[in-house]
Ligand binder design. Sequence first.
Ligand SMILES: [Fe+2]
Length: 287
Amino acid sequence: MESHDPVDLSEAIETYGLARHITELDETGLTIVPQSTLGLDDEWFEQLRDSILRVAKARTGVSFDLASNPSANFEGRAGVIGHLILSHLIYEDQLFERVLTNPIKKALMTHMLGTGHRLAVSDGWIKWQTPNTWEEESTTGFHTDQSVVPPPWNWRLPHIANMNWILTDYTRENGALAYVPGSHLEGRLPSLGEALPLAVPVEAPMGSLVMFSGCLWHGAYRKTTPGLRVAMLGQHCRPYMLPFQDFKGRIKDEIFEASEDPDYLRSLMREDEGQLRVDPVSVPGVK
Ligand SMILES: [Fe+2]
């Protein structure tokens, strides 16, 4: 993949064995990194999943159990489709910082977005059995994550890219992420009804990391099984864009101090934006 700010990722590619994933990102627009490559144990993912369920309970008052659908009915879109999105998770727990600074995620995100990319959202996603009243085959309609930028797009230089940490087994029946392989090469949005017949599910066990281009056509299949599908999402954007959620100046010092990659975390949170800093010498009246 060409980039306007080429980054030498050869060391990370060699260290972590990422060559296949780089090729898949270029050719398919999506790659699934298995737990064995990530080198993280089951507990790492279980803690992340439990933290999302804990935040969900704190914010909604409803207890979530992995094996069953929620005991309460949700109003609005959450109830109609059968999923709940929990935003700004980075505020809640160091675990949500760890997923951002993981070195394999960093390398693959840097391959797609270059250096200096920003965190655009920090969301947990809980999905349960799709209600019968929802008739569509997909619960998330097919879209691209970078539709805020008008097409045509250069797939070699996506404006946005996404990470999905898979925290329960993904199968088509379990309401997996659906995508059209190679659709990022089109450099445009799908037309109505175009993507679903071409789509395939992300079939991946709990403990996988899915990375994909903001040009990729994707959605999600309806969930036909009882119980929860849980994932941690994170769209990222290039530094010339403003993130969808604003984390700058809102992350506690302790989070940076406990990070294994504080410089990268600062960059993700836009704490290194020199051009926005007010210089009292050059701006009269500002002290
Ligand atoms: Fe999306």
